[in-house]
Design a protein around this ligand. Structure first.
Ligand SMILES: [Zn+2]
Length: 122
């Protein structure tokens, strides 16, 4: 029975720190508590595969869309070439319609890249 006041003191201290914790919850301190919602992309670019339009929402499959950069390139008269493996290139050619997105095979894409490199090097 002689050590009871000590216990009460410790309990009092615990309660006080608990009260402080509860109070502190209203102020959001970065990293202080786990964030239940994370930033998730809501759109994916169908040309460069960039995820964008991030928002705090439950994870979901991003909708296929087009990012501002690719939109700009297409508006500038480029044609986007995309390959099944996720490669993409912006080209200008007389045989291609400006502003169009053309799906090509990986083989053709490799050739396009090689030719593009040659042209840029020359
Ligand atoms: Zn894009």
């Amino acid at each position: 029975m002689s050590d009871e006041p000590q216990h009460l003191d410790r309990l009092n201290g615990m309660l006080r720190s608990m009260a402080r914790l509860v109070k502190g919850k209203r102020r959001s301190t970065p990293g202080a508590r786990r964030v239940s919602y994370t930033m998730n992309p809501r759109q994916a670019c169908d040309v460069c595969n960039t995820l964008f339009d991030y928002a705090i929402c439950p994870a979901q499959m991003p909708a296929m869309s087009r990012c501002g950069e690719c939109k700009q390139k297409l508006a500038d008269g480029y044609t986007a070439l995309i390959s099944p493996s996720g490669g993409y290139a912006f080209v200008k050619a007389a045989t291609l319609k400006p502003g169009e997105v053309v799906k090509i095979s990986d083989d053709v894409f490799e050739k396009v890249l090689a030719r593009k490199k040659q042209q840029e090097g020359a």
